[in-house]
Design a protein around this ligand. Structure first.
Ligand SMILES: [Zn+2]
Length: 301
């Protein structure tokens, strides 16, 4: 589950462990020297391991460096902590290199592997970790929290719904323009179906908007269209604000085609988390959509 605060929790937990005078409830004091170093990002006993470049893997050299530094004693008297995020981005050799440290960490060492896709971690890594699941906060907690942060310029309830209830994801949506791009994406699906849009240039636009986000929305659109075609009464849609557009496209598309594209979209999401070229992956998806839905759409709209 993305956008529920796993990274924030990991950072707060690490800071609390490193804090010289934690509060009675266990939270960091935010004022001592270790806390100040932590907040400045310079605490010598805390490391955050992420891909060097966005969308790329965590590499074996990064893990080797981590292993070496964890072999030393901590600078303070306490813990040495490393947070790996997203842990599922370790490539196979990096994951292998981490195994020994995971199995026999030196004293007072804490490794936190943060991921929204735990199944993507090798079983050998998972079996050496203690798993902690993060679930969605209830809406009556999340909504006031979100409204307070977004102010009146945003529709917090709608954003929370679009984010599947994940409040931090809703905040990202409020700032990245994705709610607006959704309508344009549906126009693209409509245009591609009717032979009026060019899949290559549309794929380029989708890459610009964020390939993974777009493919996730595409999945949601197709799932909504399947709901529209399968239900006898009007179903509850995730993208209820785009109801009219979704109905128009789904009416022209066969159910079997929608199911096939739902599956393809799921494959695309999995591939996007590897080193695949996002532009050609989206081109394939949009060309496939145009070809598979064209026959039916040659009938009048
Ligand atoms: Zn402190």
């Amino acid at each position: 589950m993305r956008g529920v605060g796993k990274q924030h929790f990991a950072a707060a937990f690490a800071q609390a462990l490193l804090c010289a005078q934690p509060a009675p409830d266990g939270q960091a004091c935010r004022a001592c020297r270790p806390c100040l170093l932590f907040r400045a990002g310079t605490h010598p006993d805390y490391q955050k391991i992420t891909p060097v470049e966005e969308g790329k893997s965590i590499l074996i050299d990064q893990i080797r460096e981590l292993n070496a530094s964890l072999a030393f004693k901590s600078h303070g008297e306490g813990y040495k902590i490393a947070a790996l995020w997203p842990a599922d981005r370790m490539n196979a050799s990096a994951a292998n290199a981490l195994l020994k440290t995971l199995e026999e960490p030196s004293a007072h060492t804490l490794l936190m592997l943060i991921t929204s896709r735990p199944a993507a971690l090798p079983a050998t890594v998972r079996s050496r970790c203690q798993r902690m699941n993060f679930t969605l906060p209830p809406a009556d907690l999340a909504l006031p929290w979100l409204s307070e942060r977004l102010g009146i310029t945003h529709d917090a309830a709608q954003l929370l719904a679009l984010a599947d209830g994940a409040p931090l994801k809703a905040i990202t949506l409020a700032h990245n323009g994705m709610p607006l791009h959704r309508a344009a994406m549906l126009e693209d699906l409509d245009g591609l179906q009717r032979g009026l849009a060019d899949p290559v240039s549309r794929a380029a636009a989708w890459v610009e908007w964020g390939a993974t986000d777009c493919v996730e929305w595409l999945f949601g659109f197709i799932a909504d269209m399947i709901r529209l075609k399968s239900a006898s009464h009007h179903p509850r849609l995730k993208n209820c604000d785009l109801d009219v557009q979704l109905q128009r496209i789904s009416q022209r598309t066969e159910l079997s085609v929608l199911y096939r594209h739902l599956e393809r979209t799921q494959d695309a999401l999995r591939l996007l988390s590897t080193q695949v070229n996002a532009q050609s992956l989206l081109e394939d998806a949009l060309i496939g959509w145009a070809v598979d839905t064209a026959a039916v759409s040659s009938q009048p709209a």
